[in-house]
Write a protein that binds this ligand. Sequence first.
Ligand code: PHE
Length: 453
Amino acid sequence: MKTESNNQRGAWGSRLAFILAASGSAVGLGNIWKFPYIVGENGGGAFVLVYLVCVLVIGAPIMLAEFTLGRKTNLNPVGAFDQIKPKSPWIGIGFMGVLAGFLILSFYGVVGGWTFAYVVKSITGSVLAFSSPKEAGEFFGSFIANTGEVLFYHALFMGACVGIVIRGVHGGIEKACNILMPMLAAILFLLMIRSLTLDGAMEGVAFYLRPDFGKINTNVVLIALGQAFFSLSLGMGAMITYGSYLSDKEDLTSCTLYVVMFDTLIALLVGMVIFPAVFAMGLEPAEGPGLVFSVLPTVFAGMPLGQGVAIIFFILLAIAAITSGISLLEVVVAYFIDQRGWERKRAVPVISLIIFALGVPSGLSFGMMADVKLFGMNFFDNVDNIASNYLLPIGGLLTAIFVSWVWGTKNIHLEIEKHDNKPNFFWARSWEFLIRYITPIAIGIVFITKVFR
Ligand code: PHE
């Protein structure tokens, strides 16, 4: 019985493949599109600092917890909680994760579509026709208001995710991540050098790296926390699902460290590309979701071989988005395969279609539905806010409590130390302390101060 479901489930080919796939999930639009614009909106360096603390104290321990849960149970998030504490309310964390997967992919697919469009538009050269970021921003604004175009590329993005996820873990997801992640890092590095050598770049570096503590308030902390979860793909079981395809002989602690480091480095690198350019070009850092799409085309337009670099960059951005999109889809798909007995071939297209439909109002949020507001935000921002700033941190909080207090750190040690993997003693102890006390208390405090502020 188990073997049959395992055939449907699949497995990673190697440890490196796992690390790259998990990094592929983590590194995505969260790092390249979202991180710079929320740093810009929330005060620069101070936000970056709070973000880094969240990653270390909250993100890394939860990632290890999710990997461990996944590998122990070989199941999707719902099945994982159910197997460890059968018939208990803890299974709700799994359902929340599947719901978060639905919601996040619905708007993620829209932005993924924008990146596809920018690949095409840099090949035709239309995004490179501007010498000021203001004009490039207006071009972007009119593009995302164009219903037909936005929905077309949105559908294309979802189609690409379907094409990969339907082939399963080893053949599809793994192959896609292996070459692309290292390439992305290389091109960002190149762009950083370009950005730093622009006139007036240093002002941007100062905004980005020099913290102004007056700018930290509870809202900033909540957003930084939400971003840490979003960027590391935590709090919704994506890492449980990816861990479930991992073989017993791999060392979970080092995998966690690599993925966290890689994701954080890419985000920091992107900031070093964007902010020097923003300031050098006299643009506002608090530009919002259009930031990357208006700043970078102007940088490309003004550099030698700019069009080639633009094409490569947007292709990589699109790919980074796909490798994350597939992990969101995989969570929902794995649930239907493991718990509901669906076949992969059926689960993938049916679920994707529903998610696409749910994403349509998000796609229209900058055009036809721009005036439809709830809580002062458009549909797109509402879905993002509910999923990233509430569902993920609450899912993470409950996962931390579940793993350390219900399942128990003893059992976790057994799983981590399987096959003689002896993780570094210091790291194992500090992890245990973090996940038991610091992680849940920190998330709790952020929420309590947010509610009673
Ligand atoms: N981490 C991804 C990114 O940064 C988004 C994501 C969130 C993926 C949650 C899976 C789960 O783009």
